[in-house]
Write a protein that binds this ligand. Sequence first.
Ligand SMILES: O=c1ccn([C@@H]2O[C@H](COP(=O)(O)OP(=O)(O)O[C@H]3OC[C@@H](O)[C@H](O)[C@H]3O)[C@@H](O)[C@H]2O)c(=O)[nH]1
Length: 288
Amino acid sequence: MHHFGNPNFELIRHDVVEPILLEVDQIYHLACPASPVHYKFNPVKTIKTNVVGTLNMLGLAKRVGARFLLTSTSEVYGDPLQHPQVETYWGNVNPIGVRSCYDEGKRTAETLTMDYHRGAQVEVRIARIFNTYGPRMCIDDGRVVSNFVAQALRKEPLTVYGDGKQTRSFQYVSDLVEGLMRLMEGEHIGPFNLGNPGEFTMLELANVVQETIDSNAKIEFHPNTEDDPHKRKPDITRAKEMLGWEPKISLRQGLPLMVTDFQKRIFGDQSVTAATSGTGTGTSVGST
Ligand SMILES: O=c1ccn([C@@H]2O[C@H](COP(=O)(O)OP(=O)(O)O[C@H]3OC[C@@H](O)[C@H](O)[C@H]3O)[C@@H](O)[C@H]2O)c(=O)[nH]1
């Protein structure tokens, strides 16, 4: 948004499922809903975005000679049988499951990317992004970190799905942005895992949210969703060695930055008093 006043910046609102002609040097292809709640809402549109949308962006890259970066996902590993996940692991995906519009869609997008590279010499880069959080996420995004933060701030119970023992590894958004730019500017195609190897069960995440926002926040168990991966943690050796990249911000450092932003958006200017009064800890979130 800070670029809006810049005369050299142009924002075009466009659905990648429709072709578009532009003069560009680089394409960061990030288009697609990433929250399971949103990508499952209209699965046909999700797979169209991943397949037709990626074809259109690769076609554009080929036509104008642009370098193309695909943001793929840790979901290409499905419910992984190998832990942590290395880029050479081919994954364990249910091709007819409710998540397949996204995970098979992104797998196809990776295939298309490599086929345009091999067949049409398009310069390509592939990132596999692991769970990411940070300020400016939609409050109703539906993913676990934004759900827990919004729930704790609103004094609602934290909704843990299943037994809460499934794991994820949470990456702060600025670490991801740095990784994507290094990948785009570097010499290596990938795929590269971009994620923070710090691994947490959902119950541990709920505890960190309690410590950060409200030690009295209750936990409420809900049935888990279909095909939910049991564990997930990136092996980032390749990104460290070939991109010189690794995440810098731990969950305990990054979460308060997101909480401050959520407080402002949920409560407006009264955020500090509203969110922290009467809580057990309310530590760093109110004052930053
Ligand atoms: O309120 C909630 C939401 C989610 N969860 C659990 O938290 C875990 C993480 O779920 P999320 O919805 O945040 O994200 P997922 O890991 O399922 O999918 C994500 O994977 C990586 C990215 O590519 C995408 O952003 C997204 O597909 C799951 O086990 C889920 O069952 C809760 O316990 N409570």
